[in-house]
Ligand binder design. Structure first.
Ligand code: SF4
Ligand code: SF4
Length: 496
């Protein structure tokens, strides 16, 4: 069903349709929205954000960045095949992904802070659903015309003119969706190489699958689902209310100024009439089809397009702009009493978010700046649990991984901590002392070695902790891996 009314919101139209139905209706079907194009300050700002987001998304994987030693020259790349994340001159290894995790948490807390200050700006301006829906609507308007033209054509029977416009619109949407899906894959593989392989039929099956999957998702979500995603699918509107308080700026209709509504320009001249002339333009431009005059609603994405629409009308009728504006609940209450409420940015919740951001940023920055360039991991072999040799010597086997994140050969010493008198040995290494072996690890690699640790003779041993100490002999950098050493007492149950 299409929603084409100018003066009532989609929700009111749905409620009326349910009320007029000649049977019990448990579910109000979707009403298609025809948002009207609008010009104005908010729309220009919104277009600027759309262009910026799209430019960054499509262009970033094409950006080259010089890296030596045969590493990829793509500026931003999540190289799953080689387990690396590249961001310009930053390279993260799998062991350092907690830094990315920390950044994601910081981004979420920043969103909390922004939401508590200025409401749903993320939803209205930079959420991918909003950005791509704006782009798809632009294409729709170019091909099928603005609101009234589209409503008229959709109501009319099928003609050649209607058919070619529909086909052209969907082909254009699919082309944009395909570019979007393809661009997503180029964040994971070398972009120019992938484009060549894709069109010569030599890309991997996974690359084709995910390209078409993301193409289909973009087409469906931005072309068809649109406001349904924000209203029903996205969880964010549900719990963002927890970030709002009476000092949060939201898109607001100034009831005290607008009411009682005048019925058109004629009534507007009446003495008691408010500034709202009930033209319905704020409803007609709304991408979610709601009426902001009904107050704050879950469906409102805070895009502010109704502000532009109303400002245009206020200009025409010679009244001050900003009948629909950004304001806080406190601000609105104060205006009703003829007062001005000061802006209050520093509040308990904003302070809390700021504090979390500060602590989190310090933690992530410290973790990033002090991350070691070498790493060691030791896994004790389970079978056999241990081996008893001559003279009561107990042997435990380990698989030790050494990480050299630098671009040079590194000389490493592995020694043992917390186990006096023990001996370490490993195949293919140089024995420096009884408890030290020397290994050269090639650049940018993870070397895996079979290592044996032997207890002193006649040891009465249960389980005991054991540290493998990895030392870069050139830089002196040192890291630890904790493990266990097992002896017969740990099996008999007498061990500790
Ligand atoms: S655009 Fe302004 S004047 Fe027109 S209905 Fe909306 S609030 Fe009233
Ligand atoms: S009510 Fe206004 S701010 Fe809210 S979604 Fe509609 S046009 Fe955007």
């Amino acid at each position: 069903m299409a929603y084409t009314g100018n003066k009532i919101s989609r929700k009111q139209a749905q409620a009326e349709a349910v009320a007029q139905a000649d049977h019990v209706v448990y579910f109000a079907g979707r009403m298609q929205i025809y948002p009207k194009a609008i010009k104005g300050m908010v729309r220009r700002f919104k277009w600027a954000i759309v262009v910026l987001c799209l430019a960054v998304y499509y262009a970033l994987p094409m950006l080259r960045w010089h890296r030596d030693h045969g590493r990829p020259d793509q500026a931003v790349l999540l190289d799953l095949a080689h387990e690396r994340f590249y961001f310009f001159n930053i390279e993260l290894w799998p062991q350092e992904m907690y830094i990315l995790g920390g950044l994601v948490i910081l981004a979420v807390v920043s969103l909390f802070l922004v939401s508590s200050l200025i409401g749903r700006v993320w939803c209205g301006y930079s959420c991918p659903q909003t950005v791509w829906t704006d782009l798809f609507m632009l294409v729709e308007r170019q091909i099928e015309g603005d609101r009234n033209e589209r409503i008229k054509r959709d109501r009319a029977p099928m003609t050649f003119d209607k058919a070619w416009r529909k086909v052209a619109k969907h082909v254009s949407w699919i082309a944009i969706a395909f570019l979007t899906g393809g661009a997503w894959i180029t964040y994971y593989v070398d972009a120019p190489q992938f484009i060549r392989q894709f069109f010569t039929g030599t890309a991997s099956i996974e690359a084709y699958f995910f390209t078409f999957l993301f193409t289909a998702l973009t087409y469906l979500l931005a072309g068809w689902a649109r406001e349904q995603v924000c209203t029903f699918m996205c969880p964010w509107p549900r719990f963002q209310a927890a970030m709002f308080d009476d000092q949060t700026y939201t898109v607001t209709y100034e009831t005290q100024r607008g009411e009682p509504r005048a019925k058109g320009k004629k009534d507007f001249k009446e003495e008691n009439a408010g500034d709202c002339i009930d033209c319905g333009q704020c409803v007609a431009v709304c991408p979610t089809g709601i009426d902001i005059r009904d107050g704050n609603q879950l469906e409102c994405i805070g895009c502010g397009l109704c502000i532009d629409a109303c400002n245009e009308i206020m200009d025409k009728v010679g009244r001050p702009k900003w009948l629909i504006t950004w304001d806080t609940m406190v601000g609105q209450e104060a205006k009703k009493q003829g007062r001005h409420a000061p802006v209050k940015l520093i509040r308990a919740r904003t302070l809390l978010y700021l504090m979390i951001l500060l602590i989190g940023t310090t933690f992530v920055a410290t973790a990033f700046l002090t991350r070691p360039h070498i790493a060691i991991d030791a896994q004790r072999d389970r079978a056999p649990f241990f081996v008893m040799l001559d003279h009561g010597v107990i042997l435990n086997g380990y698989t030790v991984s050494l990480v050299n994140k630098t671009q040079d050969d590194e000389d490493f010493d592995i020694s043992l901590g917390q186990f006096d008198g023990a001996t370490i040995r490993a195949l293919g290494t140089e024995q420096k002392a009884a408890n030290v072996v020397h290994i050269k690890v090639p650049p940018d690699t993870v070397g895996t070695y079979k290592v044996q640790v032997l207890s002193p003779p006649h040891s009465e041993i249960g389980s005991q902790t054991l540290d493998f100490i990895l030392k870069d002999t050139n830089s002196g950098e040192q890291v630890l891996a904790h493990s266990m050493f097992m002896g017969p007492l740990s099996v008999s149950g007498d061990g500790n």
